[in-house]
Design a binder for this molecule. Sequence first.
Ligand code: NAP
Ligand code: HSE
Length: 429
Amino acid sequence: MKEIVIGFLGCGNVGGGVWRLLEDMREEIAHRFDGLSLRVKRVLVRDVNKTRSCDVPAEVLTDRPEDVLDDSEISIVAEFMGGEQPATDYLLRALRSGKTVVTANKVALALNWHLLQAAAEKSGAGLYYEASVCGAVPILQTLTEALPANRIDLLMGIINGTTNYILTRMSDEGSEYADVLADAQRLGLAEPNPAADVEGMDAAYKLTIMSSLAFHGRVTYDRVYREGITGVTATDIACGSAMGYTLKLLAIAKRGGEDGREIEVRVHPTFLPKNHPLARVEGSFNAVYLRGHACGEITLQGRGAGDYPTASAVVGDILRAATAEKHRHPTFRNTAEPDPSLHFTDDWRSRYFIRCSAVDAPGVLARVADCFASEQVSIATMRQEGAAALGRVQLIFITHEAGEKAVRRAVSRLDSAICSLESLIRVEE
Ligand code: NAP
Ligand code: HSE
């Protein structure tokens, strides 16, 4: 029988789930993996007296990091503390002393992946992080283990459950963002401080990791264009819906250009046609739609958060680490800087939903249309809504595909005396 001794850093939602799943699967793991036994020896927390969601014995809990990091019997450190620090320092200490790391921490990984991988490679330790992106959805192993024979040119995902839950309820109920957020916080479905989710940082960290693996080159967090959902209104969602679209916070990574090295990475609210595979992903579910030159289109969908779904990915990584003959790492140059052979662009092409409030008078529409025409932005569809008696109406345009910068220049030409921009939302097909 082979015994692997594990130390936990953290024992909250995810750590509690991992503890319970390891207990739950103990016999099956032994049966499936030739008698393998996974023993958790120490569990680092902030407050050893806190009530836990798992029955970790009091003598296993500690608030001293060295009890995990300096214990020579522990060969795998599983981290679910969260945040960049002190998590990164603890992980580096573990890796430098030859301990393999399994982490669910997208912030530490996205910001310090190069340091962590270098430390792992130097000591021969493993670095596993499936749980850091999309919880139970095995997107990272799909990219690295199942699809290495592909050139991936598109990743498009709903990779933050909190914002998908909020947008789904806004769509279903016609409610405003602030009301749904407050309710989600009351129900414990959104954090008391929701910034990382609603401002798109969480999705941007995950996109950094996914797209680096997909494009086989380091994509850094500072290269990701980011807009959250705090400015989304019930009016936008209703107008888009009337035109056949559903609003989602999408994380998008595309590769194009003549040499296939032009990269765009962006997180922002996006309208999708209602029959798009991602448009039907509701509530707190996650999904990633990808395209490879050999595999074609693939959509993965599932639970992106929660104790057991995230534990599913963590325990899967622990088992891979425990049974690996040699730990493997991505083979691209993993540095602090973005890969110099990737050309990042902020002038991507997209379709656009543009909603304006305009004076209802002869010639206004022609003047607005002229702003678009002068930047070569072509209108595909247009609607006018609202009572002329009130003096102002809503003009809603959907453009054909156009350059981001051209569209921004076009809307900056609008004469605010007759037409003001209310919202500009990208549309993907
Ligand atoms: P959590 O419930 O807040 O748990 C964090 C745990 O870490 C707690 O046990 C806390 O101790 C401990 N901790 C935090 N800072 C510490 C420090 N400086 N020293 C010692 N212990 C410390 O968080 P979570 O929801 O489990 O998330 C953990 C990680 O998993 C994060 O990186 C998150 O992004 C990632 N993740 C979470 C989910 C999810 O569904 N929640 C899904 C995917 C990935 P105390 O218990 O004593 O306070
Ligand atoms: N806060 C994340 C979400 C889960 O809402 O999807 C952890 O990655």
